[in-house]
Ligand binder design. Sequence first.
Ligand SMILES: NC(=O)c1ccc[n+]([C@@H]2O[C@H](COP(=O)([O-])OP(=O)(O)OC[C@H]3O[C@@H](n4cnc5c(N)ncnc54)[C@H](O)[C@@H]3O)[C@@H](O)[C@H]2O)c1
Length: 320
Amino acid sequence: MSEEEKVSSVELMNMFVGTPALFWEFKPDAVVHYAEQPSAPYSMLNQEAAAFTVRNNLISTLNMAYAVREVNPSCHIVKLGTMGEYGTPDIDIEEGWLEIEHKGRKDKFLFPRQAGSLYHTTKIQDTDMLWFYMRVWGLRVTDLMQGPVYGISTDEADMDEMLLPNFHYDEIFGTVLNRFIVQAVAGYPLTVFGKGGQTRGYLNLRDTMQCVHLALTSPAEEGELRIFNQLTETFSVTQIADRIKSVGDSRGYDVQINHMETPRVEKEDHYYNPASTGLLELGLKPHYLDNEIINGFFEIAEKYSGNINRDAIFRGVSWK
Ligand SMILES: NC(=O)c1ccc[n+]([C@@H]2O[C@H](COP(=O)([O-])OP(=O)(O)OC[C@H]3O[C@@H](n4cnc5c(N)ncnc54)[C@H](O)[C@@H]3O)[C@@H](O)[C@H]2O)c1
């Protein structure tokens, strides 16, 4: 699918959130909100893409809040947020909330956020919007601050390739580990931006599914905005590139790593220490990244290597 087709399919979906007929018919007790434009580079492409990101992400969240209030106000909303809402502060990142003592008095606030793209800004605004409706309407919300997801294998996808999830390896919609696997298989040097010290919290696709399931089976209370940091381990981009090179080389590739000038505005070397105990306490059993997982991922990418479009790999979308 071309990038234009992908974007227009997102636009098409936008119509559905405007009229969630099924919602009225089934009056669900829980709803999972995935319906957002999920790409930071896309949101930085141009004014049109920026406006689409704001409209799609904020209006879909707003429409969902209204639908829940009208249809079943005690419906549990599980929304996908992102660890990118916190940015990369020079202090430990707490799980959503921070108690602040100021001039002898204390109160609890959302942990300070500092987005690195317009997309991440809309995710902060979504969280704020649901916090607001939680306060005024008593909505029951879980916001899952998810790190970049990698992988393609799930129990269902392994049964039948018809059940494979969508998979992006291009600069705009792909997440870094997925992109690097495809780049290694395509013989395309791994595109590490700048020093490669950009550190984030990652998780396996299987674990994202577990996390959503755990959130649904232990719902937030009415009038609660519950926040979990959804990641299982942290890596810098250089660490990811090195891991993929090591496994790729052992499979007979000669994986090259290309440190290029970063087109983004972000710290290339920084402190990063996010808390992430809430989902473990609910029962999350992480699939940590190991060579077996990376090898399995290579096998899938190799099977479909004939479909790789090298022109989609690097676009150099500039933040400036
Ligand atoms: N993939 C990641 O690594 C990652 C990391 C952090 C957070 N997230 C968040 O997870 C959520 C899903 O992202 P994803 O990566 O799975 O993206 P995706 O593109 O695979 O899934 C988003 C889906 O929502 C649909 N959609 C978008 N706008 C819609 C609308 N207005 N109405 C109905 N459907 C709409 C899209 O067509 C698509 O099927 C997003 O909220 C994203 O911000 C993803």
